[in-house]
Design a protein around this ligand. Sequence first.
Ligand code: ADP
Ligand code: MG
Length: 262
Amino acid sequence: MASTTVFTIANQKGGVGKTTTAVNLAAALAEQKVPTLLIDLDPQANATSGLGIEKEEGRSVYPVLLGEGNIEDMVVETGRKNLYLLTSETDLAAAEIELAQQEDYLLQLKNALAPLFESGQYRAVVIDCPPALGMLSMNSLAAADYLLVALQCEYLALEGLGQILSVVDRLHEAGVNEELQVGGIIMTMFDVRTNLSREVVEEVRTNLPDQIFNTVIPRTIRLSEAPSFGQSIFEYDKSNPGATAYRNLAKEVIKRFELKKK
Ligand code: ADP
Ligand code: MG
């Protein structure tokens, strides 16, 4: 296994907890001494602002995707130990069009990440995807070792799951990324007060017992407030159940994928 493991958090649906999971899982891995690079691949840049990072002109994932910048020069420090960020920018929406004009348009991100594997500086890369299976998400799936699906505990949760999982098969068949595996399903926004949440988790557990993580992320107001302060849950309210959950999830991820600590 390569010493750097790349995870992409994707789901074509918006509002299911991808960004919240990307930010807090990355922060939790960093806290567990796993040097982690978070890549914000959503033009909405919620992961970037959620960590309170201001985008620097010309320094983002954009030039990286277009093969115009060295990735190591584009990564910014977050002021947190072991946590680094490749910021997004609004123009990333335009990058989708420019990407389409590149020869290896699905492999731009994968090719750009290559120098990181040589340096081995990061043990984990976590990619936050936009809410669509467009060019950007496809680039992240092409570059990833594992797809982590954030799945909201809601009615019909399983419906959208089939679509994202079938993309993995199609990328295999097309020879774009034969190594890509479904790394796991993260149940988000679990509401202890409703039977529905419990039923949805049960249903996923029954259908995909090997995929679902034991840790379920609870719905808590503190998780939704933290980004407006530019903080992860560990900075905003480290004893909150949301913080405990993401810390447990990070431990599960470290174990399941044998991530190496520093
Ligand atoms: P996505 O990236 O999939 O669009 P987000 O992570 O941005 O989803 O989450 C959508 C909304 O739900 C945001 O307002 C976020 O703060 C909120 N949210 C996400 N996870 C939780 C949670 N566990 N508890 C409460 N609110 C949450
Ligand atoms: Mg998002």
